[in-house]
Design a protein around this ligand. Structure first.
Ligand code: ATR
Length: 286
């Protein structure tokens, strides 16, 4: 329920939420488009999620973005979900409209747009994707959107890779070939792109243990995390002359449809926005 029908408030719900870049992202666009609104960080633990959602709906918010650990709860709570949310089994955007909650997922589109911007189509290409968690599921959907012919899905626990490949095979056009990290050298030989969706290399975690020497020089390397912005994997890839794609592109592109749903304007992803986010990330890392 919106109090005026002209709500100009949105939220980002997560735990923790203190380092979320969403308020910065949306704040940048609000200023750029001269909209008098706000994106409010809402720290909510699992057991408080439903109460927080109820509260912001009553307060007239236009909707919320949802992050860890609430994406599955948001999926369960939504009155309806779009095809992307259904495919991902997770919702990162709840839009409050006419007394209903519409669940959407913009994560896969965000990664697809970021990759398209950096390397164009993947039509007919082979990609190696590392990881088999929720992030890998979204990445498979993104790679499929870009026309990827073949995805080598490699995970430390190869059983999880096999299960994810089997789950997505009916809906993906791409051929998904599951395997273990030990299959990297063989899988890399023909790859146009390596995508890391594991949590290895994130701030506080050990780096990935793979030898990039197996990847053709023309192969691009993408890490979907942005903390740190330059992961050990991306640093190694850049030193070897590979094109690198960090996690900020995906973050900015997944936010654009959310902003449009909240504030009615489709915002542009610009170098100035990226600069603003990099500045904040540097502050966080001090
Ligand atoms: P998310 O929802 O972000 O994908 P997740 O479901 O916890 O998070 O998945 C984390 C992924 O990172 C898993 O694929 C995990 O591998 P396992 O399934 O074998 O546990 C992977 N991962 C975490 N640390 C890793 C490491 N040091 N080396 C390789 N893979 C790692």
């Amino acid at each position: 329920m919106s109090l005026t029908g002209k709500a100009r408030l949105a939220g980002i719900v997560g735990w923790p939420v203190i380092h979320s870049l969403s308020p910065v992202l949306h704040g940048h666009w609000l200023a750029e488009y001269g909209i008098d609104g706000a994106m409010v960080p809402l720290a909510a633990q699992r057991e408080d999620f439903a109460a927080v959602i109820d509260g912001v709906r009553r307060a007239g918010f236009a909707g919320v973005n949802v992050t860890v650990p609430h994406k599955e709860s948001a999926f369960a709570m939504a009155h309806s979900v779009d095809a992307a949310a259904k495919a991902a089994g997770a919702v990162n955007l709840l839009v409050f409209r006419n007394g209903r909650m519409e669940g959407r997922n913009t994560d896969s589109l965000g990664l697809a747009e970021s990759l398209r911007e950096e390397i164009g189509t993947l039509n007919g290409k082979t990609v190696v994707l590392l990881g088999a968690g929720g992030a890998a599921r979204g990445a498979i959907l993104a790679l499929d959107m870009l026309g990827t012919a073949s995805i080598h899905l490699l995970n430390r626990d190869s059983k999880k890779a096999a299960a994810l490949a089997a789950a997505l095979a009916p809906q993906a056009k791409a051929r998904i070939e599951p395997g273990a990290l030990g299959d990297w050298t063989e899988a890399a030989a023909e790859a146009a792109l390596l995508v890391n969706s594991t949590s290895a290399g994130m701030t506080g975690n050990p780096p990935l243990d793979i030898d990039l020497g197996a990847l053709p020089k023309t192969g691009a390397v993408c890490d979907i995390v942005y903390s740190p912005l330059e992961t050990p994997l991306l640093k190694d890839a850049a030193a070897r002359g590979h094109k690198t794609i960090d996690g900020l592109g995906m973050l900015m592109h997944q936010a654009a449809p959310s902003f449009e749903a909240f504030f009615g304007v489709r915002p542009k992803v610009t170098p100035a926005l990226r600069d603003a986010l990099v500045k904040v990330l540097r502050e966080h890392q001090k």
